[in-house]
Design a protein around this ligand. Structure first.
Ligand code: GLC
Length: 664
């Protein structure tokens, strides 16, 4: 049962697609305070848990911290961070007598103080007095999530090849660099399905252009790669370079498609291309226009994209530069720079990136009127990606494209996946990724994954092996690294066969992972489930946040500490441990309870639940070469209901896609 409450005059975000009548009664459960902004308070007792918030740091149970919903270009995914790239305002509150969900549909900052300031209170507040609040009741946590997911619409479905292993780096600067990556993998027989093109494939970072010196005719090169079953996946950035003669810039200016400043002049800010304008993705005409540009690349044979810098990221604005110069000139009048002057200049420059002053100076021309960006900030990346999805649908209505974005808001899950943005080659970031997965699924984001191996800093061999051992279970499986970091492709490390065995296992699991993904998408279910949801009456399971149930049949417990020879694993029921060792699988039945499981860094162990079975296929060098007709069932169960299709067509509801596989 989902109920909708209205405060003020909310911006229509299109996050919820189901039509739900407005309630006239007051908001249940919470004490509502409207004296300053909006504030909703709920008492929490010690045992009560709060789940959700999609892309956010810290635990699966979000108690004990302040989270701020504000799409932020901030790679510091540490415990001290309050906001990440996405803003996902859905939570489920689980108390002794009642479990219910709440969605705060508000496109500007919402703060969730979850038993932080007051240990016995949940306080949700916003300066924005205009929002819809949805209360979702249900018999179980899964019922509540399903009801919410039905209300926000079906999650994005990628083509099956996007479940393959993919390699990225900022940047593979020309054709030969990409060819070398493909050769590196193919020569060692390590599976690979796609290579990403980061910003350097463009001509001076201009969206929808190709640096022909480096990439020649991209169509010819994309065909060459496709012949090897490799897709090229280019990046598209939100900022359009200001350059006379550049058609995207000129069309945007001519048609007033860019965001403006207060006076109606296009807002100018520096991002990778230098000075840029931002397309006004909240203006449907501009959205359509930008989305149609993707066809330039699909006509060249491109079948996937990643949308970036769409919080939007701002290095600095023209206004910031003018103010900074003024400040320096002011201090230059003195003979020597005082410490205060030094600090002032340093702080001013240091605080220019993604600053509130800039977000408050941008305006959108929307069908609901002119809006200051800060009031609709969290919708920008969502609508850039919605624009891309609309353009791709128009370019080829029958085709599934790969599409994922950095910034996001609930609603965007219908159009694309997300990657969790810039992280670091840190051991703690394996666990960060594990913990973020259930929250993302609750909010509808199913096609998800982190930069495997870590984006910033140098990655060690053991870190990559361990991270891949988690990454083989995430729908998006991409190894990505920043410029100037150590080469991070698997073949760059010693004993590459260890990487091959782990990635081979991913390909063997694709029938299962794809099937569980599709069931989750079609039925409003989660693919990554906390043990707390699956075993609500088991105290140990409730407290175990470093293991997850994946789909309905398996549990994972990855190693996330360096030099560990294994780890403690809690089995909430009898399970079969599946060990991948040197490419071979062995099976051991294990009893419910605590176990120390030895897991050398070149092995993977996962667990099949009692009386369940999962399908495996043989590995292949790419998804298209998998033999999906020859499946083996493993586990103690007798059968598995497989969802399968050709991986390209959109006939998701064809009853023939479901097949019951039985053990011989
Ligand atoms: C941003 C993206 C990163 C990309 C880089 C260069 O930092 O998050 O993935 O490699 O920009 O385009």
């Amino acid at each position: 049962m989902i109920k909708k409450f209205k405060f003020g005059t909310p911006f229509e975000t299109d996050a919820v697609v189901k039509s739900i009548p407005l309630e006239s009664s007051s908001l249940p459960y919470f004490e509502t305070d409207t004296t300053e902004g909006l504030k909703f308070t709920l008492p929490l007792s010690k045992e009560d848990a709060v789940y959700g918030l999609g892309e956010s740091v810290r635990g699966i149970n979000k108690r004990g911290y302040i989270y701020r919903s504000f799409c932020s270009d901030d790679p510091n995914q540490t415990e001290g961070t309050h906001s990440l790239y996405g803003a996902h305002n859905f939570i489920v509150i689980s108390t002794k007598d009642k479990t219910f969900g709440v969605f705060f549909d508000c496109p500007s900052t919402v703060t969730f103080d979850i038993a932080f300031t007051y240990y016995d209170k949940l306080v949700i507040s916003s300066d924005n007095t205009n929002m819809y609040v949805y209360i979702i009741d249900g018999d179980s946590i899964y019922d509540i999530i399903r009801e919410f997911r039905i209300a926000i619409g079906m999650s994005y479905i990628p083509p099956m090849w996007a479940f393959g292993y993919t390699q990225s780096r900022w940047s593979y600067a020309d054709r030969d660099s990409v060819r070398n990556v493909v050769k590196g993998y193919r020569d060692l027989d390590i599976p690979l399905d796609a290579v990403y093109l980061d910003i350097d494939y463009m001509e001076r970072y201009k969206d929808f252009t190709v640096d022909e010196k480096a990439f020649g005719d991209l169509k010819v090169f994309a065909d060459e790669m496709k012949a090897e079953n490799i897709r090229l996946v280019p990046i598209i950035d939100a900022g359009v370079k200001i350059e006379e003669g550049y058609d995207v810039y000129e069309e945007g200016i001519k048609n007033n498609y860019f965001c403006t400043d207060k006076d109606g002049k296009p807002f100018e800010a520096c991002v990778w291309p230098g000075m840029t304008h931002f397309p006004d993705f909240l203006n449907p005409e501009a959205r359509l226009w930008f989305g149609e540009k993707y066809k330039i690349l699909t006509d060249m044979g491109i079948e996937g994209f990643w949308n970036d810098m769409n919080e939007p990221a701002i290095f600095y604005s023209q206004k910031s530069v003018d103010n900074a110069l003024k400040l320096i000139k002011e201090y230059a009048k003195e003979d020597t720079l005082t410490l205060q002057g030094f600090e002032d200049i340093k702080n001013y420059f240091g605080s220019r990136q993604n600053c509130d002053e800039d977000y408050s100076s941008i305006y959108h021309n929307t069908p609901q009127g002119k809006y200051c960006h800060k009031d609709v900030h969290n919708l920008f990346g969502y609508n850039m990606t919605r624009s891309a999805a609309a353009g791709l649908l128009k370019a080829d209505p029958d085709k599934r494209f790969l599409l994922f974005s950095r910034a996001s808001y609930i609603g965007m899950h219908r159009y694309s996946g997300i990657w969790t943005g810039d992280n670091f080659s840190w051991w703690s970031h394996i666990l960060t990724e594990l913990k973020v997965l259930p929250g993302l699924n609750m909010c509808g984001f199913l096609y998800v994954g982190a930069d495997l191996g870590g984006f910033g800093y140098d990655c060690s061999r053991d870190l990559l092996l361990r991270w891949l051992s988690l990454g083989i279970f995430t729908p998006l499986m991409r190894n990505h690294a920043a410029c100037a970091t150590r080469n991070q492709e698997c073949y760059q490390f010693e004993k590459p066969e260890d990487f091959k065995h782990i990635i081979d296992l991913r390909y063997r699991l694709i029938p299962y992972l794809y099937s569980e993904y599709m069931k989750a998408a079609k039925n409003g279910e989660m693919m990554f489930k906390p043990l707390a949801f699956e075993y609500p009456d088991d105290l140990v399971a409730k407290c175990t946040e470093d293991q997850l149930i994946v789909g309905n049949e398996i549990m994972i417990a990855p190693v996330y500490t360096q030099n560990a020879l294994g780890r403690y694993v809690y089995l909430p029921e009898d399970m079969t441990a599946v060990r991948m060792q040197g490419g071979e699988l062995t099976f051991t039945d294990m009893k419910k309870g605590h176990h120390f499981v030895e897991i050398p860094e070149n092995e993977v162990v996962f667990f099949i639940r009692s009386d369940k079975a999962i399908p495996l296929c043989n590995p292949a060098k790419c998804v298209e070469e998998l033999d999906l007709n020859t499946l083996e069932l493993i586990g103690n169960g007798k059968e598995y209901v497989l969802y399968t299709d050709d991986g390209f067509a959109k006939d998701y509801d064809n009853p023939e896609n479901l097949k019951t596989l039985k053990k011989q």
